[in-house]
Design a protein around this ligand. Sequence first.
Ligand code: 1GP
Length: 235
Amino acid sequence: MSKSILEYIQKAPKKGKKLLAILLDPDKTSINEIPSNVKRIENLNANFIFVGGSFVENGITDVFVKILKEHTQLPILLFPGDYTQVTNNADALLFLSLLSGRNPEYLIEQQIKSVPFLKNSTLEIIPTGYILIDGGTKSSVLKVSKTTPIPQENIELAVSTAIAGMYKGKQLIYLEAGSGAINPVNSEIISKVKQNITIPLIVGGGIKTKSQLKNAFDNGADIVVIGTAFEQHIL
Ligand code: 1GP
């Protein structure tokens, strides 16, 4: 692993490496399942564990990540639904701004609220542009953020939003169809966004099969995130 997680992600394409992240939602995964989940994650050759969810009770993430750390050497990246999920027990934080939405709470308010936790933390903070694409369901992100996702057909808006995120200084772009999406982010959005940005691209939401995973990678995803299919033992 490079000095920083971001650096490792940035260097991966030069080594011809695609990266897999398994998402664990502390609201849906019990602490007792951590050892068996870690075994399954390591058997899948995942590179990262993402931890987060839309409805995690305050204080749970902290304990969850602490126990997770006792069972794995894999880097743990926080993928928080809100600022209360920030814990110093993880390795890095995806410092998300929901760029597809127009709700100031998820563009800047939550980020400000997280600062008291981050000022003295050792977490690697990775500025991440988070873009919600319509996955065909009323996803948790959509419900919580009360924002409108970008339609799958509106490639131009998805691309412009990603480019704007890059110009704003984001280090990663995350194309999200929403957890449990019926339709993962389509190939054209992935490839057009990838062609137009020079920063690494994360794709997640609704990816349930090996061929969908391969498709996302082939179209330009640098990291694919899988949550539901792992939870449901589909993958
Ligand atoms: C959700 O992108 C992640 O935020 C993963 O989605 O649960 O559908 O795999 P799934």
